[in-house]
Ligand binder design. Sequence first.
Ligand SMILES: [Mg+2]
Ligand SMILES: [Zn+2]
Length: 189
Amino acid sequence: MSLRPAIFLDRDGVLNEIVERDGKPASPRTPQELAVVAEAPDALAALRDMGFALFVVTNQPDVRRGLMTDAALDAIHAKLTSILKVEEVAACRHDNADACACRKPKPGLILDLAARHGIDVSRSWMIGDQDRDVACGQAAGCATLLLSRPYNSGANAGATGTIESLSQAIPVIAKTCAPALMNGTRRVY
Ligand SMILES: [Mg+2]
Ligand SMILES: [Zn+2]
C-alpha cells in the first residue's frame, strides 16, 4: 500500500477557540468549554477532498497537572470528533518533567501516527498556532503552517507559511500541489 499524505492539526486555537484563563490563552477543561472554530468543519472537508488524511496532535498536560480528569479530556475529544471528521486525535498527556517523546515540540505524536496509519510525512503538513507546533512539524519532516496570533512569534517561527485563519490553509496547500490538481482529478497525489 502506498503511503498517504496527511494534515496534522493542532487542537487549541486551531480547531477550537482558545479559552482565556487569568488573562492567558488556555485549553477547555469541559466539553461545555469546547467551542469548535466556525470554519473548521468546511476547512477540514476541503482538505480531505484534496486527498489528505486528517489527524489532531495536541499537548494536554492539564490532566497530569491535576487540573482536569482523563474522563473530561476523553469527553472533550468525543465532542470534537462528533463535529470534526478526523482519523484520530493523538494527545500527549504528559508534562515537561515526564521527558516523554510525544510532547510537542518533539515529533513523537506525528511519527507514531505516521507509522500506524501509513503516512508519508514528506508530503504532509502540520498546522498550529504556537512555535512548538512548527518545531514539531519540522522535526517530523513535514511542511508547516503557523496561524498568526498575538501570542506567538509569527515570522520568527520559521514556518513554511503563515496564515490568518484555518481556511487560508486551503489555497496555500492547493497552490503547492497545483500540478496534480491540474490533471483533472480532485486528488492531490
Ligand atoms: Mg494551539
Ligand atoms: Zn507525551
